[in-house]
Design a protein around this ligand. Structure first.
Ligand code: ZN
Length: 323
């Protein structure tokens, strides 16, 4: 079985996204790029190299709700009539992205206040978040895919692994017979994917600790010993356990650095983020990514019993314990 890699350009700093095409009973596309003219042209020309057209696609699987992975789903379905398969937690984003953002707005505002984020930075983050829905068209979902489900693609049977971390709805697909893993953004070879801050999912009351989940899900996936992993960006991965060890080591080192930073005096999440990244954060999405990463490391330290938070006015100050 051949898995064809389709490189689709995006207007985002991460660069091109990797979509995958699998032939077999049903021509299946995995992820599709944002709603953006260059991405649509890129998808058409990558399919064209394999002598296919968008109209030929019969099945579209999306791995998680980020717009670089789902944005063109509406266009693909409109042209091809393809069935869309996605995690149940991805469905609200596919059917009505703008409403999900609107419903999440109060959560993010409260989080920014508690994190001591200055007003002008809050506005920047808010503007970026509000503009996301323009990168995706609504699309109906034909079948949901969740932990333990199997799906037949490319003439093989793939098991669905629900692996929250980078996103709370992210799924990986694993073909045990061939040792192939569609890791998408769960594992990237050249960059560490961020555990993005998200509000509680339906039925949850607390903010999910995405980096803690991410680390345990990476370990679970490494234990499958995939022979090869197909990531959502960058190069194919040939040493999954080695990469996972490297990622976990990076997070532990970063958490230790933050612990040291908190020893002299308690800091807000914003202050820790600013100390860590200095002036490297510029855009609304940079700030959101930076805060997400640091909050993930603070969550590690809190879960290890090394750091605790206390409200000071409206903001939470994080302090080192057992210095
Ligand atoms: Zn992503």
């Amino acid at each position: 079985m051949t898995i064809h890699l389709l490189k689709i350009p995006t207007p985002f700093p991460v660069g091109a996204i990797n979509a995958y095409l699998l032939e077999g009973d049903q021509l299946t596309l995995i992820d599709c790029g944002p709603k953006y003219p260059d991405a649509l042209n890129g998808l058409e020309s990558e399919l064209g190299k394999l002598r296919y057209r968008i109209e030929d696609i019969q099945q579209l699987i999306v791995t998680h709700h980020h717009v670089d992975h789902i944005g063109l789903a509406g266009e693909v379905v409109k042209r091809s009539g393809a069935k869309v398969l996605a995690n149940p937690r991805t469905v609200p984003y596919l059917t009505d992205y703008a409403s999900v953002r609107a419903n999440n707005h109060a959560f993010y505002q409260q989080l920014m206040i508690e994190s001591g984020v200055p007003g002008d930075i809050q506005e920047k983050i808010d503007r970026t978040g509000g503009s996301f829905s323009k990168w995706a068209d609504p699309v109906p979902v034909a079948r949901t895919l969740d932990e333990g489900d199997t799906v037949n693609i490319g003439g093989g049977s793939w098991r669905v692994y629900y692996t929250p971390g980078h996103a709370g709805d992210l799924i990986c697909l694993f073909n045990e017979a061939t040792g192939e893993l569609i890791s998408n953004d769960h594992l990237l070879r050249d960059i560490s994917a961020n555990p993005l801050i998200e509000p509680p999912l339906q039925g949850e009351t607390e903010r999910p600790k995405r980096l803690l989940q991410y680390i345990s899900q990476m370990t679970r996936i490494a234990d499958l010993h995939p022979r090869i992993a197909y990531p959502g960006h960058g190069e194919i991965i040939h040493d999954v356990p080695g990469l996972v060890r490297k990622r976990i080591h990076f997070h532990q080192r970063r958490a230790n650095k933050i612990y040291d930073l908190l020893k002299p005096a308690p800091l807000t999440l914003w202050e820790i983020t600013h100390c860590t990244f200095q002036d490297r954060l510029k855009s609304g999405s940079d700030f959101y990514l930076g805060l997400s990463e640091i909050l993930g490391h603070v969550d590690i330290l809190v879960s290890d019993g090394r750091v605790e938070g206390a409200k000071e006015g409206e903001a939470i100050k994080w302090s080192a314990k057992n210095k």
